[in-house]
Design a protein around this ligand. Sequence first.
Ligand SMILES: Cc1ncc(COP(=O)(O)O)c(C=O)c1O
Length: 375
Amino acid sequence: MFKLPDIPISIFSKMSHLAKEHGAINLSQGFPDFGVDPILIALVEEVSKGGVHQYSPMAGEPKLLEETAKLVYESYGRTLNPKKEILITAGATQGVFTCIQALIEPGDEVLILDPSYDCYVMPITLSQGIPVRIPLNETFLPDWDLIKDAVNDKTKLIITNNPHNPSGRIWSKADMQELSNLLETNNNLYHLSDEVYEHITFDARHESANLYEALRAKTIIVSSFGKSFHITGWKVGYIVAPENLMNELKKVHQYLVFTVNSLSQHVLSEYLKKQNVKQLGAFYKQKRDLFRTGMKNSKFELLPCEGTYFQLASYAKHTQASDVDFCHKLVEEFKLAAIPVSVFSARKESRKVIRFCFAKENETLTKATELLCQI
Ligand SMILES: Cc1ncc(COP(=O)(O)O)c(C=O)c1O
């Protein structure tokens, strides 16, 4: 008997594989197709000549912890103790796993807001916790009545993701206030805040949990340098948490990875001094606008996109087929790969909406929109 008998291959791997097989433009998986900053490449060369090839300290390279603390301070005005409140992880995925493994005991309930990214449920199942999946509302924002109704004595954790994958929506101050109230009124409840797209918002600022004093004591924030610096393959991210929670996370981290790839940590600690994440929103806004403008003459209806590098589109005017079937048709017949949104929800109900990733070269985006306008 094995622990996870029924896990299919992820939709992201499946669609990227189909894109290759059919020679399709790949707007499915969330990674950039453009080059990495030459400054970063030069740093890899320069830094790798030094003594940076042995194990880093367990929680992370001290220089990187300090630069991360500076980044959080500059972004949100939150002062962190780099030694006690930051942990460098092998991507946000390991951050999420570590947090759930440290907190969730058998029978604990964990609230997940659907549609949700796919790395939350499995670690809960492995910890013998119970994932409680609550739908976001029609506009992909939280339904606080549903959330409050779902909280009971067994609820240990609520996982949020803002800016949100797959919808590209961002939360308002009022949402953050509701969340603060929920944590204040439920002593046993903690919060895991997945903020991997924290620096990719367009028209309004990102409401990070870092900004809310009332959230900080019970919140574990995960983020991803992969998303912020176009280096998803490096798999380096970080966790921010108060010291008492961080001590528990470190116990898991120590035996899960012990420490993260030393070269990436040394390079990133230098790179953080040289770059400005504040440019990231404008960089992706241009791509979002290029994609949206290119889609004006298509039959797709575009939904609001306030952050991340994902654009949702309704294909209801094309067909009443399920989103999974439509995505198969798109990649097989029209040579364009996208992601069906139903796979992000427990109920798998199809809202006739699919997700396009616009973290791509302008040329790729133009080709993609020309193709989509012909359908
Ligand atoms: C919402 C969300 N959380 C976490 C991750 C994982 O990030 P990482 O590659 O740093 O593990 C992703 C990656 O696509 C994501 O979209």
